[in-house]
Design a binder for this molecule. Structure first.
Ligand SMILES: O=C[C@H](O)COP(=O)(O)O
Length: 247
């Protein structure tokens, strides 16, 4: 399982990449779940990161924009996509109804590689998620909008998460899980084995609006790797418990 870490500036980006993050995600955590950075700041971070870690995949968010404001969303997608990132992340309410469906249609036709981020606070509509799987997105993510009422696992049950991962896999889409994930959520992540997991809250000193801590990124990276090694080690008498519910 690969690791995505959200950062707000060049120093945090180098810190996260140096500590083992596979994907660097550019956002301003103080501006919301998918808080957007100014294009000039995104370009600066991309330049710093490409110079030192040329192989690292870089995503950036467009900000928290209401689902029915398609014009602003598409304008921000163009702005952010033009800053040299590999992927543009756009939040989509997990039960967003017709407005979310329409947005997915428009995002699927965007000129930039867009990753829809399904916000799970009110649950996830499997049909909506399935509709996204059928569009030309390079990956899909699940995340949460509110960061203080628990993690993704408090909003979506394990069997449902497993079913959504299966749906994405069947469509050939890599899928990432995020949403105030912390150390107690590692067994769930290891059981589900998404393609990647995203973190901010767990890798900061204090709140997610605080400063990124390299040692926390490193420790989490190690826990994910060690846990994975344990989970896949052959066990006497059958599959390890962690994999019983895997998709
Ligand atoms: O995209 C990943 C998010 O930035 C994760 O942030 P969080 O751990 O605070 O939910």
């Amino acid at each position: 399982m690969r690791m995505l870490v959200s950062v707000r500036d060049g120093a945090e980006a180098l810190c996260a990449a140096g500590a083992g993050a596979d994907f660097i995600d550019l956002k301003e955590p103080a501006a919301g779940a998918l808080g957007g950075l100014a294009p000039a700041r995104i370009r600066d971070i991309v330049a710093v990161l490409r110079a030192r870690h040329p192989g690292t995949t870089i995503s950036a968010t467009i900000g928290d924009v209401p689902v029915d404001d398609g014009e602003t969303i598409l304008r921000r997608v163009d702005e952010v996509g033009g800053c040299g990132v590999d992927l543009v992340k756009v939040g989509v309410p997990g039960c967003g109804g017709p407005a979310a469906r329409m947005l997915l249609r428009r995002l699927g036709a965007a000129a930039w590689p867009v990753v829809p981020v399904f916000l799970a606070d009110d649950g996830i509509d499997g049909e909506l998620f399935g509709a996204a799987c059928a569009r030309p997105f390079p990956a899909l993510m699940l995340d949460t909008q509110g960061k203080s009422a628990g993690s993704l696992f408090d909003f979506v049950a394990m069997p449902e998460l497993a079913a959504l991962i299966r749906l994405a896999r069947a469509a050939g889409k890599p899928v990432g899980l995020a949403g105030a994930l912390r150390e107690p959520d590692l067994p769930g992540l290891l059981a589900l084995q998404p393609d990647f997991a995203g973190f901010r809250s767990a890798v900061c000193d204090g709140a997610r609006t605080g400063t990124l801590a390299g040692e926390k990124v490193r420790a989490l990276r190690k826990a994910l790797c060690d846990g994975h090694a344990q989970a896949v080690a052959p066990a006497a008498g059958g599959r390890p418990a962690e994999l019983q519910q895997a998709p």
